[in-house]
Design a protein around this ligand. Structure first.
Ligand SMILES: Nc1ncnc2c1ncn2[C@@H]1O[C@H](COP(=O)(O)OP(=O)(O)OP(=O)(O)O)[C@@H](O)[C@H]1O
Ligand SMILES: [Mg+2]
Length: 265
């Protein structure tokens, strides 16, 4: 409340925003990462976050998702507080993200148990998710019995099963091989098309950032500003053809130019 009163920001509130960030401030050891940072994440959009190493991509989604406190400013979810919003988070390091003592299916069920849903409702949600994700491996296995891609599929399912309004993903494919990455991108895209969940996706791969996104947030070096917030409106489902589409190629070139300019600056 105090922060809300203190920050007199000229930027109006966008009515279609799922996440509204105003005057965000974050300092590590006296050195600012974010200072007066404003951003709107449109409802039902996939926003990719791209920028140089250490510019604050993880810090941004960690603050927005409530995993990390911020030092000032406001973060609002469709005008609601974070506590009134259903959020889910997929960590980069899937090896540490799953509970090793629970079978894959019980990992997925875990948040539903926490929510106190009856067993039949838990099963219904899991069934529905399985159909979307086209899971072909045995979910009665333990995490250590699964490949990296299978484990990351389980952690993504555990995030999705709560039917979040907003899903945060921090470089979710970075530990997967290329084939698995392509498959996971497409699964995630299918989920997005079916549920319309708002996503903030950190990616260190510019091609992926654009391929997945409706909006691409290009960040500068610290103290971090928005270098550009680009639109990519290619129809979904996107596929390998998207990557050679002239609109994609042109946007990638533009984003790369901005990135290089910002990194050199
Ligand atoms: N807990 C912390 N204490 C001190 N400094 C931190 C802390 N967390 C992050 N930083 C610093 O803040 C900056 C942003 O870190 P962050 O992890 O958000 O960057 P990133 O863009 O996600 O980087 P990467 O591309 O390497 O994942 C970095 O300079 C980092 O060293
Ligand atoms: Mg990071």
């Amino acid at each position: 409340m105090t922060a809300a009163l203190r920050v007199a920001h000229p930027r109006p509130y966008a009515p279609d925003a799922e996440i509204t960030i105003r005057g965000l401030r974050k300092t590590f050891a006296g050195s600012p990462v974010y200072e007066g940072f404003d951003l709107d994440v449109p409802k039902g959009a996939v926003v990719s976050v791209f920028g140089p190493n250490g510019c604050g991509k993880s810090t941004l989604i960690n603050m927005v998702s409530g995993l990390m406190p911020h030092d000032g400013g406001q973060i609002l979810f469709s005008g609601k507080t974070i506590a009134q919003t259903r959020l889910a988070y997929v960590f980069q390091n899937y090896r540490e993200a799953l509970f090793p003592w629970l079978r894959a299916i019980e990992n997925i069920r875990y948040p539903l148990r926490l929510m106190g849903l009856p067993k039949h409702e838990q099963d219904r949600r899991i069934e529905r998710l399985l159909a979307t994700m086209e899971v072909r491996f045995d979910l009665s296995r333990y995490p250590y019995e699964l490949s990296g891609g299978q484990q990351q599929t389980v952690s993504i399912m555990r995030a999705l099963v709560v039917e979040p309004e907003v899903l945060f993903l921090d470089e979710p494919f970075s530990a997967l091989d290329y084939e698995m990455t392509l498959a996971m991108r497409d699964r995630l895209q299918r989920v997005f098309m079916e549920t319309g969940v708002t996503m903030m996706l950190v990616s260190h791969d510019l091609e992926e950032a654009i391929y997945m996104a409706d909006r691409i947030l290009l960040l500068t070096r610290r103290p971090t500003r928005i270098a550009a917030y680009l639109d990519f409106s290619a129809p979904r489902p996107r596929s390998a053809e998207t990557l050679t589409d002239p609109a994609f190629v042109a946007l990638k070139r533009e984003a790369l130019e901005i990135f290089q300019r910002e990194v050199r600056a």
